[in-house]
Design a protein around this ligand. Structure first.
Ligand code: BES
Ligand code: ZN
Ligand code: ZN
Length: 510
């Protein structure tokens, strides 16, 4: 999608669709017609005020009202923003996505956003503009690869600065351009994460990484099953042993934009399909386990963004990829596997495979690169979904600055994150009587946190944040309508905007 900036007011430029916002009215709805809507009212020859007087428009969230301009110069879409006190940049992000979706397949090709309608005392022009661009670009996304017929949508979005923001034009142009590019990277990430498991095999993910490296100048190394055996990556090998598609560990390296900058390692869980293995999952919703590679695919997106925006830190991306299937060659409950750093795992449940592949990736990156910080992204536990739902990721962090940095990035990007504790209680629970750690526990307590305690064994003392993205990594039919409109059905590429923001804002040397 093309994203442009224009100083003129949207109504004067008259694109196919002009998008404007309005705040929610009080219960009685007796307040006078808001002066801010005067331009829209003029453009419709009084239709907006008439609708207001008749209480046809209330400004409730997700309310979409379309006016056709009597002069035939297109449509005006008014999006409800909810109460003014509760308005955030994320409200604008959602509103822009609602608008783009409301006109899909209805002839509109160009869309203009009236920046002025989305500014308040608490949301400045840059955050509003970035949010609107996110909403428009992300909200327009659909995974259409397997559809023989698709509806046309918006091809060109313009942010109209209007008088008030024209003075900030150059800064806003930069921010809008950057945000549009990042949003496109998110769509590219979604396209890969949405590929079904017959196509997105571990080797296919390696091919994507190689192509990315070639295009952007990143360094790449792909470890195949022979190499993984030499390296003694027993975890990745065990999980991948039941599939005809052999496992891969993929390492991408971005050199860093700042001199003497810190090194941040980003490690992702890349289970291309998680059937549970011998500890097989029940049939309902198993198809969603093609999204169990979302952490590793997010690593691809983050590394693409790091190279594109030349973020200050050096960034090492590690993708731990395997398919978890039951077969005669699968790993089994009771097996003990030795991982890259020599630590051993007692496998009690082959469905707790994410932590098993991550053990090699974490152990490898910590030993080989001595990073200043490690962040991992993984659709790791059902317990995360139970605890936090489909929109919020769980964070377990052993470093205060890292945790605060990620929470700030979460607030700025609207990708929700909630910090959870890690205590000795959880650490004790993952100890094994016959190996160093066990991958599952006989009692179902704090599943998200015992998984984190397990991972910590392989990170050691390096400052670390674990992001369990099991809930927000994808949207499924039952919860889709409760999600913001910029999350379409399927993979969301959660974490790409969040971690990229963190890396962009990361100061030089730690
Ligand atoms: N990939 C799943 C976690 C998951 C569940 C992701 C639902 C997205 C939605 C993971 O490999 C898994 O199966 N975890 C088990 C661990 C248990 C066996 C210790 C779980 O959470 O039930
Ligand atoms: Zn599993
Ligand atoms: Zn899994």
């Amino acid at each position: 999608m093309k994203v442009l900036v224009d100083r003129r007011d949207a109504l004067a430029a008259s694109p196919d669709v002009v998008v404007s916002g309005l705040f929610e009215r009080g219960e009685k709805g007796t307040e006078p017609f808001p002066p801010a809507l005067k331009p829209e009212d003029d453009a419709t020859k009084g239709l907006v005020k008439a609708a207001w007087d008749r209480k046809e428009i209330r400004g409730k969230r997700r309310e979409v009202t379309t006016f056709h301009r009597p002069d035939g110069r297109g449509r005006i879409v008014l999006i409800g923003l909810g109460p003014r006190e509760a308005y955030r940049a994320d409200t604008a992000r959602r509103a822009a996505a609602e608008a783009v979706r409301s006109v899909k397949g209805r002839g509109a090709r160009t869309l203009g956003l009236r920046l002025g309608a989305f500014l308040t005392d608490s949301v400045d022009a840059e955050s509003a503009a970035r949010a609107l661009v996110d909403g428009a670009v992300l909200g327009s996304y659909e995974f259409t690869k397997y559809q023989s017929r698709t509806e046309g949508g918006i091809e060109e979005v313009t942010v109209h600065l209007g008088e008030k923001s024209a003075r900030e034009e150059s800064g806003l142009k930069r921010a809008i351009g950057e945000e549009a590019e990042l949003a496109e990277i998110v769509l590219w990430t979604r396209d890969i994460a949405n590929l079904p498991a017959d196509t997105a095999t571990p080797e296919r993910l390696a091919e994507e990484a190689r192509a990315l490296a070639k295009e952007t100048g990143l360094k790449v190394a792909v470890f195949d099953e022979q190499k993984l055996a030499e390296m003694k990556c027993g975890g990745v090998l065990a999980v991948g042993s039941g599939s005809v598609h052999p496992p891969r560990m993929i390492v991408l390296e971005y050199a860093g934009g700042a001199k003497r900058g810190k090194t941040v390692a980003i490690v992702g869980k890349g289970i291309t399909f998680d059937s549970g293995g011998i500890s097989i999952k029940p049939a309902p919703a198993m198809s969603n386990m093609k999204f169990d590679k979302s952490g590793a695919v997010a690593v691809l997106g983050i590394l693409r963004a790091a190279a594109t925006f030349k973020v200050p830190p050096r960034v090492i991306g590690v993708m731990c990829c395997a398919e978890n299937l039951p077969s005669g060659s699968s790993y089994r409950p009771g097996d003990v596997v030795r991982t890259y750093n020599g630590k051993t795992i007692e496998v009690l449940n082959t469905d707790a495979e994410g932590r098993v592949v991550l053990s090699d990736g974490l152990g490898y990156v910590v030993q080989q690169y001595r990073p200043d910080e490690v962040i991992d992204l993984a659709t790791l536990t059902g317990a995360e979904v139970i605890a936090l739902g489909d929109d919020t990721a769980g964070m377990i962090a052993t470093s205060e600055p890292l945790a605060q940095g990620l929470l700030a990035a979460s607030a700025a990007t609207g990708e929700p994150l909630w910090r959870m504790p890690l205590t000795d209680f959880h650490r004790e629970l993952v100890k094994s009587e016959i190996a160093d750690v066990r991958n599952s526990i006989e009692i179902p307590v704090a599943g998200m946190l015992t998984a984190a305690a397990f991972l910590e064994t392989f990170v050691g003392k390096t400052p670390w944040a674990h992001l369990d993205i099991a809930g927000p990594a994808y949207t499924s039919s039952p919860t889709r309508k409760y999600q913001p409109a910029y999350q379409n059905l399927g993979a969301t590429a959660f974490g790409v905007r969040l971690v990229t923001r963190y890396l962009m804002d990361s100061a030089r040397a730690a």
